[in-house]
Ligand binder design. Structure first.
Ligand SMILES: [Zn+2]
Length: 250
């Protein structure tokens, strides 16, 4: 009888210890900061145009602080916990498809061996200021992942279901045809979407979609509503560092 009682006490103690030894950590999954860039150029006062020197300084910071920029496939593996996360993962994304992403950002990233992902609006390709298809192929050959940001960059919730489908599916089909690789992730123009948008993405089996909701992308978020950190060129460098290294939200 006494022995049995002792065993219970030991069991209880072990359970208590287990509870306290495992703090709040890892209740949920993993989170990864996803930085969202647009144009890398010189346009003082424009929030979405980041000076090349600032961009270079940010990439130097990532390298110096042992960040590991991921490919989209690595991002998917880490987020779905099929692959252990490096100590400081980050996904670098560019929206819209500006020519300077190939002409200015690519050489800076290549100095560090960093990959990136670009969300291209296919209707803007080959227009002034935007990438040409040969430049898109150049980025793809350099290890960038290319995915869809619609055809004409519309406000999706203002469109009919048919028009939304066309914007989303035609852009993806064009990229897949040009590059011969799947483009099953998406970024919402202006971060805007409605139920129809989500139904189209689910129906077409898009794997991930990025909003402009601020914060880290996390395996706790719906895969078609992942958060990103939009890089604001008007904010001080310290703010960028702070956003990047914000504590994991659990
Ligand atoms: Zn955009």
């Amino acid at each position: 009888m006494n022995l049995w009682k002792n065993k219970l006490v030991v069991l209880f103690a072990a359970l208590t210890l287990a509870c306290f030894a495992t703090p709040v950590k890892a209740k949920h999954g993993v989170s990864i900061p996803v930085l969202n860039y647009h144009s890398i150029g010189v346009a003082p006062g424009n929030t979405y145009v980041l000076h090349p020197d600032t961009f270079a300084r940010q990439m130097d910071y990532l390298a110096a602080h042992h960040y590991t920029p991921l490919t989209l496939a690595e991002f998917a593996s880490v987020l779905s916990q099929k692959m252990p996360s490096p100590a400081h993962p980050v996904l670098l994304t560019f929206d819209d498809g500006y020519a300077n992403n190939a002409e200015v950002a690519l050489p800076i990233l290549q100095q560090h061996g960093f990959p990136a992902t670009i969300y291209v609006s296919t209707g803007l390709v080959n227009t002034p200021g935007y990438l040409t298809w040969p430049q898109v192929r150049q980025l793809s050959a350099a290890g960038w992942d290319i995915a869809s940001h619609t055809v004409t960059h519309p406000h999706l919730p203002q469109l009919s279901k048919k028009a939304q489908r066309e914007e989303i599916l035609a852009a993806r089909a064009r990229i897949e045809q040009e590059l011969g690789k799947p483009a099953d992730t998406f970024a919402f123009p202006y971060g805007e979407y409605n139920r129809t948008t989500m139904r189209i993405l689910r129906g077409a089996k898009f794997r991930y979609a990025f909003t402009t909701q601020p914060g880290r992308a996390s395996s706790d978020q719906p895969p078609l509503e992942l958060h990103r950190i939009v890089v604001d060129s008007q904010k001080p460098f310290e703010d960028w560092v702070e956003q990047l290294s914000e504590p994991i939200p659990h």
